[in-house]
Design a protein around this ligand. Structure first.
Ligand SMILES: [Zn+2]
Length: 315
């Protein structure tokens, strides 16, 4: 039995062929062509599957199912992808039926952060852990709840959005229309917007030159690299970001009695300062019964988590 996993992003489509033992047989990465709208993107998904099969020398008759992670919400009842913010022109797209019609196999579509969490559950840092929340830090703050080894979708399919946990009643406006969401503090562009004025007051920081001369070029990765090289301000910015995520994590732990969190995505590579911030902030906010019991783990699969989890949707 061969399964295909597809991680459909706003920039690239990453895909993988998995053998029946869960072994990776082949991988591919193609541009999404998001600017071309749903038709162009779906064509690229088909092309990525064709590429996988051709490069892997696998007959399509051996493919048992296709799983796809998409950067948006899913209406599981109607089989629709609902307005993913990074895929222009997508309002309600029946991606599942398009794929089933073309390939004639079982198809499952889920949110990309849910797929990343499931990928970690099956192949990464979550192996052997029955309950955890996977968090993916990037443009947004994605997350997926794994309960008894499976994605917990909630009542309508939209569950697991830790990024839109409000940590301040009067906080900044978030892309979702809410305010004070943790994403509105530590989503990539929000994190940079908060960091720039702070860096501007610290000429001693390694980030000062870039932040004052070419602020648009500053990325969380630059901050992570500066922190790794020993820059105190960069360390502080990441610790601060971790503290904010820690507040949301404490709320989740108190609400769900889930105490393991697996943190991935670009900023997670910053490592220690971010994780120290998460742990100290979360431990200050969880109920006494949880204090000191939280397990905050780095994700193990990097950018491969989404496609591996997508393939596991059918497993
Ligand atoms: Zn929000």
């Amino acid at each position: 039995m061969i399964l295909i996993g597809v991680d459909l992003g706003g920039t690239n489509i990453k895909s993988v062929l998995l053998g029946d033992d869960g072994r990776v047989l082949q991988q591919a990465s193609l541009p999404s062509h998001a600017e071309g709208g749903p038709r162009a993107v779906i064509e690229q998904v088909h092309r990525s599957i064709e590429t996988l099969l051709a490069d892997g020398g696998v007959d399509r008759a051996r493919v048992e199912g296709i799983g796809v992670g998409v950067p948006g919400s899913i209406d599981f009842t109607r089989g629709l992808v609902l307005h993913p913010p990074n895929l222009p022109g997508w309002e309600e797209v029946p991606l599942e039926s398009h794929l089933r019609a073309r390939w004639g196999v079982a198809v499952a579509v889920d949110n990309d952060a849910n797929c990343a969490a499931l990928g970690e559950a099956h192949h990464g840092a979550g192996r052997g852990i029955a309950h955890f929340i996977g968090v993916t830090l990037g443009t947004g703050v994605g997350s997926g709840i794994i309960l008894n080894g499976r994605i917990w979708h909630g009542q309508h399919g939209y569950g697991g959005e830790l990024g839109h946990t409000s940590i301040d009643l009067n906080g900044p406006e978030c892309g979702c229309g809410g305010s004070g969401c943790v994403e509105a503090y530590i989503g990539n562009r929000f994190m940079i917007a908060r960091a720039l004025p702070v860096i501007a007051h610290h000429p001693d920081s390694a980030l000062y030159r870039q932040a004052t001369r070419d602020p648009a070029s500053l990325t969380p990765r630059d901050i992570a690299e500066a922190a790794a090289a020993g820059d105190a301000l960069a360390h502080e910015i990441l610790f601060d970001a971790g503290s904010m995520l820690g507040a949301a994590i404490a709320s989740a732990a108190n609400l769900l009695d889930i105490t393991t969190f697996i943190i991935g995505g670009g900023v997670a590579a910053a490592g220690k300062p971010l994780f120290d911030g998460i742990i100290s902030s979360a431990n200050r906010r969880v109920l006494k019964v949880h204090r000191g019991t939280l397990s905050i783990l780095p994700a193990a699969l990097g950018n491969d988590a989404g496609m591996l989890g997508a393939a596991s949707l059918l497993g």
